[in-house]
Design a protein around this ligand. Structure first.
Ligand SMILES: [Zn+2]
Length: 280
């Protein structure tokens, strides 16, 4: 089974009555089976996203080979997406390795430059049937080294979003509508009006970053207002580390390391299943 791009995986999700697809950050290769288990148990396709930090740690090819192999053996339609990347040569590396979707993040640039660079990535991606996510506005918090302080959060405007999508022809757009990266205590407040207006003006699937910090009610509403991709990163990491702290503390050094990791992976499966249930 080859990997699916975002448009293809969204279509499969919708055929299975999901309004949106979760895009889950893989933090280490050990976590991978937990993702597939959750997809199987919920009869959901799977979107796995990789930060450039994780891609450099594990290698782009290893990720493509491992994800493709499990997608086939577990019979789960899967999209492999490169998360936040502002380096076009790293995006090209991911494309060459076999990623089926990428994000070019030019949100820190002036609008003109963001549009210009995103267009370059879209032109690279189209002939290869790879989908491209762009970002407009600055989403707060920190994700893999990219930090935006609270005072620098910049909400996406309807006019900019319309122009950005028309001129770049991106497949999906990440919007800043109140969510924060890395938030796992306290909850963000989504600006639903802004979200609805951006969706109506652009007509493309919108992406919600910082999905860990969104309340269940807000999430259920957002997926009816144009959000078709929800990024969840921090929550799996928090659960995994929390379980590992516990099992490593109690275990003996000659226990198989596998025994320490299985409870952590079970917790990650649970997180994915709970999030996926919100997208129905
Ligand atoms: Zn993000």
């Amino acid at each position: 089974m080859s990997l699916y791009n975002f448009n293809e995986i969204l279509k499969i999700s919708q055929e299975r009555n999901f309004k949106a697809i979760g895009s889950f950050n893989l933090h280490c290769i050990e976590m991978l089976p937990a993702f597939f288990k959750a997809a199987q148990k919920t009869n959901s396709p799977l979107m796995i996203q990789i930060s450039t930090g994780t891609a450099e740690y594990l290698g782009y090819r290893l990720l493509v080979d491992a994800v493709r192999s499990l997608a086939e053996s577990e019979n789960v339609p899967t999209c492999l997406h490169l998360d936040h990347c502002s380096d076009i040569s790293a995006i090209e590396t991911a494309m060459n390795a076999g990623f089926s979707s990428v994000m070019y993040d030019g949100s820190h640039l002036e609008l003109e430059e963001n549009i210009g660079n995103t267009r370059i990535v879209v032109e690279m991606a189209r002939p290869r049937n790879i989908t491209v996510e762009g970002e407009l506005g600055a989403i707060g918090g920190s994700e893999d080294g990219k930090a935006v302080a609270a005072e620098d959060i910049c909400f996406t405007t309807v006019e900019d979003a319309k122009r950005f999508v028309e001129e770049t022809r991106v497949d999906m757009l990440a919007v800043s509508v109140g969510t924060v990266h890395g938030l796992y205590t306290g909850k963000a407040q989504i600006q639903h009006q802004r979200l609805q207006e951006i969706s109506a003006a652009t007509g493309v699937p919108l992406v919600l970053h910082g999905g860990t910090g969104v309340s269940d009610d807000d999430m259920r509403l957002a997926v009816t207002e144009g959000i078709n991709k929800v990024n969840v990163g921090t929550e799996m990491n928090v659960q995994w580390v929390d379980q590992c702290k516990n099992t490593f503390e109690k275990g003996k050094v000659n226990d198989s390391v596998r025994k320490f990791l299985i409870p952590a992976n079970n917790a990650v499966t649970q997180v994915l299943m709970e999030k996926i249930a919100l997208f129905k």
